[in-house]
Design a protein around this ligand. Sequence first.
Ligand SMILES: Nc1ncnc2c1ncn2[C@@H]1O[C@H](COP(=O)(O)OP(=O)(O)OP(=O)(O)O)[C@@H](O)[C@H]1O
Ligand SMILES: [Mg+2]
Length: 307
Amino acid sequence: MLPKQMTSPEDAAPREVLLEVDQVTLRFGGVVALDNLSFQIYKGEIIGLIGPNGAGKTTCFNAMTGVYRPTSGEVRFDGEQVSGRKPHRINRMGIARTFQNIRLFPEMTALENVLVGADSRHHTSVIGALFRLYRVKPGPEELPVVDSTNGLVRFWQQVRRSSAQVFGISRHTLEERAGERKALELLRFVGIADRANDLARNLPYGYQRRLEIARALATEPKLLCLDEPAAGFNPAEKEELLDLIRKIRDRGFTVLLIEHDMRLVMGVTDRIVVLEFGKKIAEGSPAEVRDNPKVIAAYLGEPADAA
Ligand SMILES: Nc1ncnc2c1ncn2[C@@H]1O[C@H](COP(=O)(O)OP(=O)(O)OP(=O)(O)O)[C@@H](O)[C@H]1O
Ligand SMILES: [Mg+2]
C-alpha cells in the first residue's frame, strides 16, 4: 500500500491521496475494459480522465462507485477499501457521480430531484416522521413567514407562526425545511434556481445536466465524478460549465472529470490520466499529456512511433 502523503514532482508540498485505483483489471467476458490500471486522485484537485471511445473511462467510474466489482485489484478511498461495497454505501463514504446518459427522476421537480440526493442525510426515524412526535423550538429564521398582503392569508400565516412559537415545530418538518433551503441553494449554485419547481423532464438539456451535478453535490461528497458533463453543449455552454467546475473545486470538492473535448479538459484540470484499451498510456500535467506522442497517436488513430 502506498503512503498517504505523496510529494508531486512539480511542487514540494505533500499532497494527500483521496482515492487510489490499484492495479484494477475488469473483464466483461472476453473484453478487457480495464487492464491493470493504477492511478491516484489527490485531495482538492481537478483530475481529467480522457481517452478515445471505448477506452474504459465510464467503466473506471463504475469500478470506483460499486456498479462493477473489479476482476482483480482494488480501489481505496480515504484509506478504506471500496471495491466490493454496494453503490449506496460508497456514496455514503463520499463518492458521488453524474452519468454519461442523464439519469434524473423525470416526473419530479428540479428541487425534489436534489432533495432525493440529500435524503440520506436526514436523521429522524421513520416513525418519528410519520407521527411528527419530536417537537423543538424553532430559531427565528425557521418560523413560518408572515409576508402576505392579503388580510385573510396574513391572518392564517400569523396563526401558524404563533402556533410554531408556542408548540414548537416537529424536528422532521425542520429538517425538511432546512433540506429545501439547502437544495435551493445548490440549484442557485449550479445556476438553475429559476426553474426549481419545474418537472425535470420539462427542463432544457443544459439545465438537466446541471441538475445532475446539484443532485450529486447534495450528498455532500468528498469526490465528485463527472462523466462527460459537457456532452452536447455548444462552446459558450462549455465555457460556463468550466466556470462551474472551478467553483465546485474552490468550494473544497475534489473533482474527477471525464471529457472528450481536449480543449475543455486542458483548460480546467490540474492533471490528466489517459486511457486507451483499458490501459493507462499517459499521466501528467495538461501540457505534458498534450505533447505525449502516445496520446497524439491514440487520438489520431496512428501508431505511436509514426506520430
Ligand atoms: N456492461 C458491459 N458489458 C460488456 N462490455 C462492456 C460493458 N460496459 C462496457 N463494456 C465494454 O468495455 C469497454 C470500455 O467501455 P467504456 O464504456 O468504459 O468506455 P468509455 O471510455 O467510457 O467510452 P465512451 O467515450 O464511448 O463513453 C468497451 O469495449 C465496452 O464495449
Ligand atoms: Mg463513457
